[in-house]
Design a protein. Structure first.
Length: 395
């Protein structure tokens, strides 16, 4: 992260009550926050479950559903008015490059989605969180309800510049593009917060794994992540661990107490461990000619494939030649293998101390220098550095 970005983030953060839980109604609390100031919002609002009667298991034990006052609304119209109020405030406080995530079930997510679209949010994806350990359907009259839906949206249509850490998510998924169906277990075991009586501290505590994926996908270290329905602070705990700032809003003092205690115990990861891997298209393009131009390989240097079956000669204009054929590192790599295409950066190798090294190492060296100019580069600007100051691999 550049110094300028860090300074801008610090100035922004000064205007915000970062790493704090605001106590009270979320609409009122959101109104105290500046316009366009927050990078990411994760909202887990009341689902308006409309539970009718007590639910029991076949052995007649009672199922602990969500029958708390905060989840009750007198009508769909009342629920929609409430959704409109908090979503409008979220849209105001989001930066134009920020995004909003809302999680819900079939009871509320369609209404919430419609309200979001009415307000001008632009839906980027909906994610199905498939629960690996859902609660069974005890009455056997419907399908087991085994998923919840997350809506991911930007505040405006055609938004550009929002954060999506595509490469990080791909890495998280062992090299495969992350899909929109996520298999994650419910929050159980040691992660589930318990009160002094041993009962669940919160009926709808979300799994940290879910928040890990959301925050990793849609924010950068140092960003401000807001949760207007903080509950026991799952969003804050994961944000803090991943080196982001959090702002929580919650109106129940008991949940706030549990969240504060939880957050106190979270140790943030080291900054180098949460740094975002750059997307390939964000990396500076380095033509092979720059390797020659900078003297990292001299004209006439021999390049080899990993099995040393082919040898090419580097030319002064950044092309290479083999047996009279001349072209780019990619064209000649493809030519000698009889293939339609080839990544010359990984195919061709140069010799250092009797060992073959891929020429991609030289590209990485140039990229690293461009991103954080070394002392030599600063000298070079003032005309004091020589071409030989860069590590050099001759013939
Ligand atoms: C679905 S739960 C969120 C649980 C949270 N994601 C967690 O992992 O602990 C919704 C929370 O919103 C709170 N809440 C409901 N209405 C609110 C309002 N108008 N303002 C602030 N908090 C509210 C409830 O007290 C409840 O803790």
């Amino acid at each position: 992260m550049s110094q300028a970005v860090k300074a801008a983030q610090a100035a922004q953060a000064q205007r915000l009550p970062i790493n704090t839980i605001l106590s009270g109604d979320c609409v009122a609390a959101l109104r105290t926050l500046p316009d366009r100031s927050v990078d990411l919002i994760f909202a887990d609002p009341p689902y308006n479950l409309q539970l009718q009667g007590e639910l029991t298991r076949p052995d007649q034990s009672r199922v602990a559903g969500v029958d708390d006052a905060w989840d009750k609304f007198s009508s769909f119209a009342e629920y929609d008015r409430f959704s409109h109020a908090w979503l409008a405030e979220c849209r105001r406080v989001l930066k134009p490059t920020g995004t909003l995530w809302v999680i819900g079930s079939y009871h509320n997510i369609f209404r919430v989605g419609a309200t979001m679209q009415d307000l001008g949010f632009w839906i980027l994806n909906d994610i199905v969180w498939r629960k690996s350990n859902p609660m069974p359907n005890f009455r056997g009259r419907r399908f087991t309800n085994a998923h919840e839906t997350l809506i991911w949206a930007s505040p405006e249509a055609n938004a550009t510049g929002y954060t999506f850490n595509y490469e990080a998510l791909k890495t998280l998924n062992e090299g495969l593009q992350m899909r929109s169906d996520w298999l994650i277990p419910l929050c159980t075991g040691g992660e589930r917060l318990k009160g002094e009586d041993g009962a669940k501290a919160h009926p709808t505590q979300k799994p940290e794994a879910l928040l890990h994926r959301v925050i990793l996908a849609a924010s950068k270290p140092g960003d401000v992540v807001l949760d207007p329905f903080f509950g026991t602070g799952t969003t804050g705990a994961v944000a803090k661990r991943l080196g982001r700032h959090y702002i929580g809003i919650e109106r129940d003092p008991g949940y706030i107490k549990a969240a504060r205690e939880r957050l106190r115990q979270v140790v943030p990861a080291a900054s180098e461990d949460v740094e975002i891997k750059k997307m390939k298209r964000e990396e500076v393009r380095i033509p092979f000619g720059q390797v020659v131009e900078r003297g990292l390989l001299d004209p006439g240097t021999k390049l080899y494939d990993p099995a040393k079956r082919h040898a090419a000669r580097v030319r002064a204009d950044g092309s290479i030649s083999v047996d009279g054929a001349t072209g780019s590192i990619h064209q000649i790599g493809a030519h000698v293998q009889g293939l339609p295409a080839c990544n010359g950066w990984t195919f061709w190798h140069f010799m250092v101390d009797g060992k073959l090294k891929p020429i991609d190492l030289l590209r990485q060296q140039i990229r690293a220098e461009l991103e954080s100019p070394p002392a030599e580069a600063v000298l070079a600007k003032s005309g004091k550095a020589r071409r030989g100051d860069l590590s050099h691999h001759g013939r």
